[in-house]
Write a protein that binds this ligand. Structure first.
Ligand code: GSH
Length: 211
């Protein structure tokens, strides 16, 4: 498999964590989101992912999958062990809810495209953009803090789908200097995960294109 991604893209980071947790490997194909106006806008990459975003996972038969939630579900379905989702349907829904808060309600609001639009089309200052990011990351993480458990990872002793979403989101929060002091459960999960070999291997700083 090949994983088209960018070292500090949170969506790419999610897929790297899931691959590592499941003991799978994919050759990294870096797609620089900044250099030259963004390699993801080049026709050669649009031919791989018409949406022009990372990640994209190319399977060994050349099938290309896009959108990290779809890729994560694919990995879970094709490589069920170790499971990222619990068996119980209510527990699964709880895990997916945390994933959705991060993937649907937080991340899109600080993605590079929309932030560039705030700056260039609406003329917002860096201070205003930082306030925008802090507002939406803070609101989302405050909800996640209430929803996850009191010990171990987000939902139990083993890492799962909620952790796959949370850890990259925390990397982004720290990158944007969003305070995390109010979230002790979240910080506990982060400390555990950053000591886990799969999360270490998937960390942005460990990627071939890390800057
Ligand atoms: N919902 C998508 C989001 C993908 C996405 O927006 N990726 C970002 C990097 S984290 C990207 O490619 N941004 C480039 C842009 O917005 O121009 C997923 O989870 O895969």
């Amino acid at each position: 498999m090949k994983l088209y991604g960018y070292w500090r893209s949170t969506s790419s980071y999610r897929v790297r964590i899931a691959l590592a947790l499941k003991g799978l490997t994919a050759d990294a194909v870096p797609v620089h989101l900044v250099r030259g106006g963004g390699e993801h806008h080049q026709p050669s990459y649009r031919a791989i992912n018409p949406q022009g975003r990372v990640p994209a996972l190319e399977l060994d038969d050349a099938t290309v999958l896009i959108q990290s939630p779809a890729i994560l579900e694919y990995l879970e379905e094709t490589h069920p062990a170790p499971a990222l989702l619990p068996q119980d349907p209510v527990e699964r829904a709880r895990v997916r809810a945390v994933a959705a808060i991060i993937g649907c309600d937080i991340h899109p609001l600080h993605n590079s495209g929309p932030l560039g639009f705030l700056r260039k089309s609406f003329g917002h200052s860096e201070a205003e953009v930082a306030e925008w990011i802090g507002t939406w990351v803070g609101q989302g993480l405050a909800a996640v803090e209430q929803l996850i458990g009191d010990d171990g990872y987000c939902f139990g002793r083993e890492p799962g789908l909620a952790d796959v979403y949370l850890i990259p989101q925390l990397y982004a929060a720290r990158r944007f200097s969003v305070p995390l002091d109010a979230y002790p459960r979240i910080r506990r999960v982060e400390a555990l995960a950053l000591d886990h070999p799969a999360f270490k291997a998937a960390h942005p700083s460990a990627q071939v294109d890390a800057e």
